[in-house]
Write a protein that binds this ligand. Structure first.
Ligand code: ADP
Ligand code: MG
Ligand code: MG
Length: 254
């Protein structure tokens, strides 16, 4: 049974105005096969949490721990984190000029698995996943994210997720900018990964809409750099009705 544990995490970010504290004591435990939704207003530090788990150099951990099955994630390089089974789908996926989707996936798979995948099985796997995600075959030969629409970028993230088979995935606003059809396709991909590989998911979102298609086991309300409240799926329904106002007011008077 795999477990990703975050304890009392404090993180600062370097800005033009100096060092700014963003995360102020985050506690979160995600077991294999669990889906945790993190919901919160803009600027509350959700992406900071995602980047910190992934090891982005701009974010400095000033306190607390992140462990994967007891191993110190914070001591790992970005590559080591990926090999240990962590995956981040970014809020703003980057373009990689000159690198085709097909080459990118194969290189990433090779780096993570420690050896190149056998070619015939791999090609079939890529084709099947692309077809599941209703991606045209031609995408394999296009440069990663270059000229992709928002929805195409998000599908490409899920394609990576399906093929790289991480143990835990952080999905940062994978729902933003998707129409309902794309949202369903992306959600099916996540649900499939959970069902087939026991993927644990940290699903960061501003809106409750995606939670109709990916049912969370736990919902955490994230405000001003920490979890303000947690509950089950019913908490998401309440947020849909009430919004974040009362949490934000509480955070401000503190
Ligand atoms: P969210 O994803 O919840 O919208 P973020 O983690 O992106 O929140 O941002 C939290 C706060 O930290 C914001 O005030 C944002 O401006 C600041 N911040 C985050 N990353 C950076 C950065 N790389 N440079 C400067 N400020 C940042
Ligand atoms: Mg934001
Ligand atoms: Mg964000």
């Amino acid at each position: 049974m795999s477990v990703l544990e975050i304890k009392d995490l404090h993180v600062t970010v370097e800005t033009d105005q100096g060092i700014k504290p963003i995360l102020r004591g985050v506690d979160l435990t995600i077991n294999e096969g669990e889906i945790h939704a993190i919901m919160g207003p803009n600027g509350s530090g959700k992406s900071t949490l995602a980047y910190t788990i992934a090891g982005h150099p701009k974010y400095t951990v000033t306190g607390g721990t992140i462990t994967l099955d007891g191993e110190d994630v914070l001591a790992m390089t970005v590559d080591e984190r990926a090999r240990a089974g962590l995956f981040l789908a970014m809020q703003y996926p980057v373009e990689i000029p000159g690198v085709s989707v097909s080459n990118f996936l194969r290189t990433a798979k090779t780096a993570i698995a420690g050896e190149a995948p056998a070619i015939r099985g791999w090609i079939k796997e890529v084709r099947d996943s692309m077809s599941n995600l209703r991606m045209d075959k031609s995408f394999a030969e296009r440069n990663v994210n270059e000229g992709f629409s928002g929805g195409e970028k998000k599908r490409t993230e899920i394609l990576q997720l399906e093929l790289l088979k991480p143990r835990f995935a952080v999905l940062d606003e994978t729902d933003s900018g998707l129409d309902v059809d794309a949202l369903k396709i992306v959600s099916e991909g996540v649900n499939r990964a959970k069902a087939t590989t026991g993927l644990g998911v940290l699903l960061i979102t501003h809106y409750t809409r995606i939670l109709r298609y990916i049912r969370p086991d736990f919902v955490h309300v994230f405000v001003a750099g920490r979890i303000a409240e947690q509950g089950g799926p019913e908490l998401a329904d309440r947020l849909e009705d009430e919004g974040y106002d009362r949490y934000v007011d509480t955070a401000n008077v503190e």
